[in-house]
Design a protein. Structure first.
Length: 542
């Protein structure tokens, strides 16, 4: 008989935008992880005898957590667990493996772009059998269960040697330690023209990929180096480390320092990219050129027929609400349906399952497609390389031609990280209080069309998600959006998103911050942010 242990419930296990994220020490409290895992197993239905996928981004506490989860899965009646060797599975690879093996679901261990190490962050989330993050109905059920839980089940057994590929048993449950890159690599080969990319890289087209000492190192080595022939030196920080080498594994202009310096330095390569802690994000750069994630989604959509996996056309596209409307312009021109969802990948799952969308993306360096049910960093990199190989243009040329054809959506996000929670809430209240006066008025010399608190009705299952961000929408298509982050672990992070559309080619060459200056200034003044938070400037601008 599996062992059953008594436990005391915690009251703070409500998952955020993407799972439960806390400091490592928080997860190390007695039974903290056990409770969350048991609460998950208690609500996800009848999985007896079926398969669970487990893996993580390799951060500190990954290995311990995996051993705990394996013993709990065995005691709870799973038939088999697939675990990535070394405990490694990128988030998109985990999604791929869940789908390929018809698994019941998966547990992904990651705090994504948040730093790792004994004093930093850890995280866990449950993905369902479609390979995607559990929908809100499931995450809410897990939370409800977590506050009343009194026992968990765990087998007493020795550790599984997760570094060695092979088959093992824990009681009656099979544990298969698998190569974390194999299935994922095959999937990429089925979508993109590897011969064309190999040919491109064999010429004088050089690339740099920054794995940021996070999970994509082994994947980039296998795909970009071994399969596609990029030199090993083209992969920066390729070795996954438990603390990401002390860095912040967030692929943006602030944190991907080394890559940015080289792409904007002398003899810059033609193409540069980076991914985050768990491999689902991507940043794309050209020689002295930054591609905003919102533009990237639009470019992939407009050029999808360059890649074999998408040559037969797209079902539709989707973007998160704060993401710029660049993809909307392309969708309109191509006659595609275009959806606007709340922030977080879980909202794309239903649309993909119903074959309503093929490509989707978020402004936060996330792009992906229905090949899996997570955003996918290396997939985006390969998609870009495939397009560049076919079109034989530089990144800058692709972008400039795109803007001429579809217009340019100037776009920026300002993050104020680690703000005191009450101050952050006060800022949001202040903005909302300004809405009545703004309605039908003007701001930054632009006419306000409407202001609202974004709510989303899922077109497939009719579920409603409210309070997804405060929006000021202008009649010329410009937008200012205020949102509080749901992924941080210390205090609150205020995100302000700015967008303005420019169809006039003569005005498309401006500096982004300059083009948005009026909106930025207005946002600071109506929110009274500096006074309320004591912050005079954002922590990160992307
Ligand atoms: C952030 C991003 C959001 C993304 C989420 C998870 O959420 O803004 O677009 O889906 O991170 O990404 P928030 O609530 O902090 O704004 V990851 O790479 O952490 O799975
Ligand atoms: Co991530």
């Amino acid at each position: 008989m599996p062992n059953t242990y008594h436990t005391e419930a915690y009251d703070d296990q409500r998952p955020g935008t993407s799972g439960l994220r806390k400091k490592v020490s928080h997860f190390q409290q007695p039974n903290y992880l056990h409770n969350f895992v048991q609460a998950t197993f208690d609500v996800i239905g009848n999985f007896a005898g079926s398969t669970l996928v487990v893996g993580g981004d390799g951060r500190y506490y990954n290995r311990e957590a995996i051993q705990i989860i394996l013993r709990m899965a065995a005691a709870n009646g799973f038939g088999r667990v697939l675990v990535g060797a070394g405990g490694i599975l990128s988030t998109p690879a985990a999604s791929c493996i869940i789908r390929k093996h018809g698994a019941y679901g998966g547990l992904i261990l990651s705090a994504s772009h948040n730093p790792g190490g004994p004093n930093e962050d850890f995280g866990i989330k449950y993905n369902t059998g479609n390979g995607g993050p559990a929908p809100e109905s499931v995450t809410e059920a897990i939370f409800s269960r977590s506050i009343e839980i009194t026992r968990y089940r765990m087998l007493e057994a020795a550790d599984i040697p997760i570094d060695n590929i092979g088959s093992y048993y824990l009681g009656e449950m099979a544990v298969e330690v698998i190569d974390p890159t194999e299935e994922y690599t095959k999937l990429m080969e089925s979508l993109f023209d590897f011969d064309a990319i190999r040919h491109l890289l064999a010429g004088d087209f050089s690339i740099l990929f920054d794995a940021m000492h996070a999970v994509t190192g082994p994947y980039a080595m296998e795909i970009l180096h071994h399969r596609l022939g990029a030199p090993a030196e083209a992969i920066l920080n390729a070795e996954p480390k438990e603390d990401f080498g002390g860095g912040h594994p967030d692929p943006n202009l602030t944190y991907a320092k080394e890559l940015v310096a080289r792409m904007f330095g002398e003899d810059a390569p033609a193409f540069g990219a980076a991914s985050d802690g768990d491999g689902d994000r991507n940043m794309v750069l050209g020689d002295h050129f930054f591609v905003t994630p919102s533009d990237s989604l639009a470019v992939l959509t407009a050029n999808a027929d360059c890649a074999p996996g998408y040559a037969n056309g797209l079902d539709g596209v989707a973007r998160s609400m704060p993401t710029s409307g660049a993809v909307d312009q392309v969708a309109k021109a191509m006659g595609l349906e275009c959806f606007e969802t709340p922030t977080g990948w879980k909202f794309f799952g239903n649309l993909m399952d119903a074959h309503r969308v093929t490509l989707c993306g978020e402004e936060s360096f996330g792009t992906g497609s229905s090949h899996v049910r997570e955003k996918d960093g290396l997939w985006a990199v390969l998609f870009w390389l495939n397009i560049l190989a076919v079109r034989k243009l530089s990144v800058t040329e692709i972008m400039q031609q795109h803007w001429v054809k579809y217009g340019r959506n100037y776009y920026s996000r300002h993050d104020y990280e680690g703000v005191e929670t009450t101050a952050a809430q006060a800022v949001m209240h202040r903005v909302q209080a300004a809405f009545p006066a703004l309605q039908d008025g003007t701001l930054a010399g632009r006419e306000v069309a409407t202001c609202d608190d974004f709510a989303y009705r899922d077109p497939i299952d009719d579920s409603l998600s409210e309070h997804q961000g405060l929006r000021i929408l202008f009649t010329d298509g410009s937008r200012i959006i205020f949102r509080l982050s749901g992924t941080g672990t210390v205090g609150a992070t205020i995100r302000i998103y700015f967008e303005s559309f420019e169809s006039d080619v003569a005005r498309q060459g401006q500096d982004t911050q300059a083009a948005l200056a009026g909106l930025i200034h207005s946002a600071e003044s109506i929110s009274d942010l500096a006074n309320i938070t004591g912050r005079s400037a954002p922590t990160v601008i992307t």
